[in-house]
Structure formats: C-alpha cells, structure tokens
Design a protein around this ligand. Sequence first.
Ligand code: BTN
Length: 270
Amino acid sequence: MYCYPYKIDVNSDMIVGKSIVFLDEVSSTNDEAKKLAMKGEPDGSVIFALNQTHGKGRLGRVWNSEAGKGIYMSIILRPERALKPEYASSITLVMGLACAKAFETAGDFGKVCIKWPNDILINSKKVCGILAESYIEEKTVKYIAVGIGVNVNNDLAGFPDEVLEKATSLSLESGKEADDANVASAMLKEIDIQYKAFMNGELRSIISEYKDKCINLHSRVRANVNGTIIEGVASDITNEGNLVINTDSGEKRMIYSGEATVRDADGQYI
Ligand code: BTN
C-alpha cells in the first residue's frame, strides 16, 4: 500500500516544499530537477516521482527505484549568498543530517547513523542515499539538485543481489508498514530547518552534530579514490564536508566526497 501523491504537511514559512511537483514515472528526479532549475524553478522546490526508470546513485551506480516502495525526490537549492564550489559538498552533508534526524522523528525504525559522506543507515544498514549535482558558473554555485532516495516499504526480494547484505528499508527495520507521506513530510520539515541554519551561517554546529552521528569517524577506514586505496583512521570531517584520514604512514589525507567510496578496514560496508 502506498499513498501517492503524498499529502505533505508544509508550513507557510518553509522554503523547502513551497513548490512541490508530483510526477509518476521519470527517468530520474534529479534530471527533472535540473531541467526545472534551468527554467528558473525557485529555491526549495521539490520534485517527487512514484517511479524512476534510471535512478542514479553516487559514482555512476544505479539506485533501485521500485514503484511505490520508496521515496524518490529531488530538491532544488539556490543558496542565496554566493556559495563557493568548495562548499557545495558541505550542503549535501547538511541534507544528510536532516534526513537522519527526520528518520528519528518519523517513526520507531531503530538506530540512525550516517556513513560519510551521505548514506543514512538504520541498525547499520543503508536505508537512504543522497546524490547532489551542482551547477557551477563563474565560480559560484547557481543551483544544487539534491536527490534523495529512501527505501520505505521494500522487502528483501526487491533488492538487487549486490546490495542485499547492506541495504534495508524502514518497514524491514520496524517490522511494520511505514507511512511514506509522513516520512516525506518529516524529511521536508527537517531539510527546511537545516537549510535555513546553513544559510544562517551555522555550518560549524551542523557539522558537529553530523559528526556525532557519523559511524565511520574515528574508526579505521579504507577509501577508494579513483582506484587508489588510502587506509588509516578517519580523524575528522572538515566544514567543506571532506573526510580527513590519518594514514598508517603518518600522512593526513583529505578525501573529497565526490570521488570516493569508504569502507571499514576489512573492506566491509561499515
Ligand atoms: C547513493 O546512495 O548512491 C545516492 C542515491 C540517490 C538516489 C536518489 S533517488 C532520487 C534521486 N534521483 C536519482 O536518480 N537519484 C536520486
């Protein structure tokens, strides 16, 4: 059972969700968001789809997008003060924190954590992923299409083999059907709060809260940066959203979110 288009609870003072577009089948909500952004769709506009035929994950992966089982949405952000490109990744960490907080309030799903940069895990399995695509012109970010996919009522049979061990859904973790409209409302509310805090210059405290929820900070990690393996202890996350690894040879390496996968030191997912 799903309830689409979702009945979303939006207040008049919210930037995120002021305009919401509900689509049925699309290739990818991020592609729709980018088209609408090019036509001038305002800051905070949200695009939902019931189904994606070519859902995209980070680093060229596919996002499993079964119709009516998950939430597939993209948000157009136009940070009003000129945002330097190096801060575009920090905004995606802000979105990750917002999603994590929304899952904590929208139901009793289990322990929510973030795996750097943008995977949201419940009980150590991935329930939500974020793909942010920025459009940069004259060294400023003109807009960011923040695509968010949530496994809401998926069962194990619907997951591709390669993610079976590491993925879950809200319903699998709580043992009962999850209310997708309620989850989507909680997400927009929390994304609005965190986006406004970000615009208000509160990045430092947002990142500090993010770090408290980050499962791989202070643990041994193995990062794959375009085929080069960097191993060590994840010692910090910068305000630009980069992961700092203290390598075994005593170096400090900065890992940029757009180019890396990070696993634990045994090569496992977390
Ligand atoms: C990841 O974890 O690799 C990121 C997954 C992002 C998936 C969402 S679903 C809505 C939006 N549209 C897409 O094609 N991708 C994002």
